[in-house]
Design a protein around this ligand. Structure first.
Ligand code: C2E
Ligand code: MG
Ligand code: MG
Ligand code: MG
Length: 288
């Protein structure tokens, strides 16, 4: 009976695996068309100054709405794009779209885009970046690129060369999901990041785990010493905001302040931001 149960489990697993790989094959094939069909779009999530509750910047987050499959998350399709090489064209589209929106609709905000390590390593990456700024006329200082620690994993020399080239252009560079990769501190010595984004994993446990709180305080102190801004990801509760404020963190991003929104809804939120969203001292807003 145990053997049969085991086989049953295996068949269930094999079925799951089969469905999984069929979905990935479909996604890869459909992703090639998605750009041309206009199925990709950007949502925008504010970054808010903890001390003043001013909106300082927004992060562009890629969305894919497939006519039959519905909404597919970037967590699922970005790895497929990386594996198939589509990440180059997709990333170039994201950057150009972000530059256009930054120029026309968000003149006072720093606009952040995510750059995949595999995208950064591509031969045509810097040419695509220069083309985006040339074609839109946007100053590179209006854009911040968010890159994860894994960028240093296989070809650190090329990664560093391209990061320095971006910096020379005037682009700001953020280290995304900080604290989740390997030997993170070493990377801080290799490249002068402008911003450090504290991973949501630490923020999530801020109120329940002393070690998470200690790690966040240490990260913020280190960033401040090295002259970097700090942005805490995934802040959902007023009490988390208070701990981050006490730790000296500069900005938060998370559902507490705002979810990622389509552009029109971001603009609406911005137009009454001061009236509706600024928290009273001691009375932080409830989760939206
Ligand atoms: P990320 O860059 O770390 O983005 C933060 C993710 O956390 C986003 O998920 C965002 O919607 C989510 N988030 C923000 N605030 C909260 C919160 O308070 N609570 C919770 N539970 N989640 C929150 P999303 O949009 O699904 O993106 C996932 C990842 O996909 C991103 O992580 C980024 O690594 C990647 N990604 C998104 N857009 C792009 C893109 O244009 N290019 C590339 N290469 N990667 C992208
Ligand atoms: Mg990011
Ligand atoms: Mg992140
Ligand atoms: Mg993250």
């Amino acid at each position: 009976a145990a053997k049969e149960a085991g086989r049953g489990r295996f068949e269930t697993f094999a079925t799951w695996l089969g469905e999984r790989s069929r979905r990935l094959v479909t996604i890869e094939a459909e992703l090639r068309q998605a750009l041309a069909r206009g199925e990709l779009s950007l949502h925008w999530q504010p970054k808010v100054d903890i001390a003043t509750w001013q909106m300082r910047g927004v992060e562009a987050l890629l969305r894919w709405n497939h006519p039959e499959l519905g909404a597919i998350s970037p967590g699922e399709f970005v790895p497929v794009a990386e594996k198939s090489g589509l990440i180059g064209d997709m990333g170039a589209w994201v950057l150009k779209e972000a530059c256009r929106v930054a120029r026309d609709q968000l003149p006072d905000l720093l606009v952040s885009v995510n750059v995949s390590p595999l995208q950064l390593m591509r031969e045509d990456f810097l040419a695509d970046v220069e083309a985006a700024f040339a074609e839109t006329g946007l100053s590179p200082s209006r854009i911040e690129m968010e890159i994860t620690e894994s960028v240093f994993m296989d070809d650190a020399a090329t990664a560093l060369r391209n990061l320095h080239a971006l910096k020379r252009l005037g682009v700001q560079i953020a280290l995304d999901d900080f604290g989740t990769g390997y030997s993170a501190f070493q990377y801080l010595r290799r490249f002068p990041f402008d911003t450090l984004k504290i991973d949501r994993a630490f923020v999530r446990e801020l109120l329940t785990h002393h070690d998470a709180r200690a790690i966040v305080r240490t990260i913020v102190a280190l960033a401040n010493t090295l002259g970097m801004r700090t942005v805490a990801e995934g802040v959902e509760e007023p009490a988390q905001l208070e701990v981050l404020r006490q730790a000296g963190c500069s900005e938060i991003q998370g559902f507490l302040a705002a979810r990622p929104l389509p552009l029109e809804r971001l603009l609406a939120l911005m137009s009454n931001w001061n009236e509706d969203n600024r928290p009273e001292p001691g009375a932080m807003p409830e989760t939206q």
